[in-house]
Design a binder for this molecule. Structure first.
Ligand code: UDP
Length: 338
């Protein structure tokens, strides 16, 4: 992945919706590091203009706006769409399901239809392990039945279905990447997670280390896992970004449509993550045991055989210490900037 490989002449530029957000901005950096031409479409509802690197054009607008999409496709030689724009807070999706179906599913429908009409034949979609719900066997490979347990997961799965069926009917190939637990920040400090209303463990730990929270709660320590806390497959955001670049190469080389898990295939418990935070900072982290959080499966670990076989992707940051260190370094920088 370190070598810049030349894109095919007809590759065109990559339109990245949600490119000013956490994962999208890391993908933009990875594409730029590979010398690829990128255009960002983001309504800046949660993304930040400053997350878009200098020199990358930003169109401020809605990823489901058909007139805007038609205009973008007419003006720019877009060869591939990478779609990250969407809403991602699981509890909020339970409270406002229709907002999630509109923002994630209806807008994706508009975007896919605009691609089909404009003859844009490559699509990379930001999906989620939430499509699996509460699987009873580990590791979770892509043949595991999809049974989402919240509107967020359903809204993403419906987009996968639209892509599957559109690819069968039209000149469209796609890769849907099902992310496990994405964490960390760009090792060069160029981007990271900004959102104040964090729900994810490592971000919350970073906010606690930097004094933005008094303490952290462990949501349950009575699970049927080795230390009683939940186990997750944490993947560094820059490795995830590289997987998108590898998916792009796969499609550009004529590869078939794929649905691929994105994780490392190995789990860490909440306690292990927090112990790593303490090791990296050299200080105890204020924490207490709280009740279980509704809807949390005890353990989620990706089966990664298929992505390993399909994409030319070698993770470069696959250890918990690197993930935690990069997240803490980013958080300290954010606090200093305030
Ligand atoms: N978690 C926790 N305290 C927090 C946030 C998360 O104990 O303040 C736990 C959560 O219950 C889950 C794990 O950390 O077992 C990962 O949660 P996160 O929200 O980061 O990702 P999820 O797996 O829910 O997508």
């Amino acid at each position: 992945m370190s070598l810049i490989s030349k894109a095919p002449a007809e590759a065109g530029l990559v339109l990245v919706t949600g490119g000013a957000g956490y994962i999208g901005s890391h993908v933009v950096l990875a594409l730029r590091d590979q010398g690829r031409a990128v255009l960002v479409l983001d309504d800046l509802s949660s993304g930040r203009r400053s997350a878009v690197p200098d020199g990358v054009p930003l169109v401020e607008g809605d990823a489901g706006d058909r007139a805007l999409l038609a205009d973008i496709f007419a003006r720019h030689g877009v060869g591939t769409v990478m779609h990250f724009a969407g809403s991602i807070v699981v509890p909020e999706s339970v409270e406002r399901p229709l907002a999630y179906y509109r923002n994630n599913t209806v807008k994706s429908h508009a975007l896919i239809e605009a691609c089909v009409e404009a003859g844009i034949g490559r699509f990379i979609f930001s999906s989620t392990a939430a499509v699996y719900g509460m699987p009873d066997r580990l590791p979770i490979d892509e043949r595991t039945p999809t049974k989402p347990i919240n509107p967020y997961g359903s809204s993403k799965l419906m987009t996968e279905w639209m892509l599957r069926d559109s690819a069968a009917a039209h000149d469209l190939r796609y890769v849907a990447l099902r992310y496990f637990n994405v964490a960390g920040a760009d090792p060069q400090g160029r981007s990271g997670q900004v959102s104040k209303v964090a729900t994810h463990l490592i971000k919350i730990a970073a906010q606690t280390v930097t004094g933005q929270r008094a303490e952290l709660q462990i949501f349950g320590d009575d699970y049927d896992t080795p230390d009683g806390t939940c186990v997750r497959d944490y993947i560094h955001v820059s490795d995830l970004a590289d997987a998108h670049v590898a998916a792009l190469r796969h499609l550009e080389a004529g590869g078939a449509s794929e649905v691929l898990n994105c994780g490392y295939g190995r789990g860490h418990s909440v306690r292990e993550v927090l112990a790593m935070v303490e090791r990296v900072t050299g200080r105890p982290l204020p924490m207490r045991i709280g009740p279980r959080r509704p809807g949390d499966p005890p353990a989620l670990v990706a089966g990664v055989e298929r992505i390993g076989r399909t994409l030319d992707w070698t993770p470069r940051h696959a250890d918990l210490e690197t993930i935690v260190t990069s997240a803490l370094t980013w958080e300290e920088r954010l606090v200093r900037q305030e």
